[in-house]
Design a protein around this ligand. Structure first.
Ligand SMILES: [Zn+2]
Ligand SMILES: [Zn+2]
Length: 151
């Protein structure tokens, strides 16, 4: 997704984007008809780069949640997102994808969820919440990132 690479290019680290990567077959749960995101995260971690972002079209879950838009290692290198629930008109679909990517990458730098509804680190459990938040870290999260050596 060239759009994503372009829109994430301001981030100050080397990012590998795994596009169309296959989520491990053993992560498939037939009862749920979903894939467990943790195994996809394990796969992403094996690729080179300061940070690796895995992108898939399949629906992901992580217990105890019914589904996840994405998942990341807190202070690790791997993050994954699923596009399956982000679909919509191109502009909004792209924006949701950027938000979920920036959010999960924020976790890899140790950021936790932010109470500020418009901050990209706000937890979103539904698209309405994703659509409400912005594509950027709020001033407080940004400060936190800088403290963690991200500039
Ligand atoms: Zn999160
Ligand atoms: Zn914030």
């Amino acid at each position: 997704m060239t759009m994503l690479k372009d829109r994430l290019s301001y981030l100050p680290f080397e990012l590998s984007i795994l596009e169309g990567a296959s989520v491990p077959e053993k992560s498939y749960n037939a009862l749920r008809n979903q894939y467990e995101s943790l195994l996809f995260l394990d796969l992403a971690r094996q690729y080179p780069g300061d940070r690796v972002l895995g992108i898939t079209d399949v629906d992901l879950f992580a217990e105890p949640l019914n589904f996840v838009f994405g998942q990341a290692e807190i202070s690790g290198k791997a993050a994954v997102i699923s596009l399956s629930r982000l679909k919509g008109k191109k502009k909004i679909y792209y924006s949701r994808t950027v938000k979920e990517a920036v959010h999960e990458l924020g976790h890899t730098f140790g950021l936790r969820h932010c109470d500020e509804e418009t901050c990209v680190m706000h937890f979103s459990n539904c698209l309405a919440e994703t659509d409400l938040k912005g594509e950027k870290y709020c001033a407080s999260c940004d400060k936190d990132l800088r403290r963690k050596g991200f500039s």
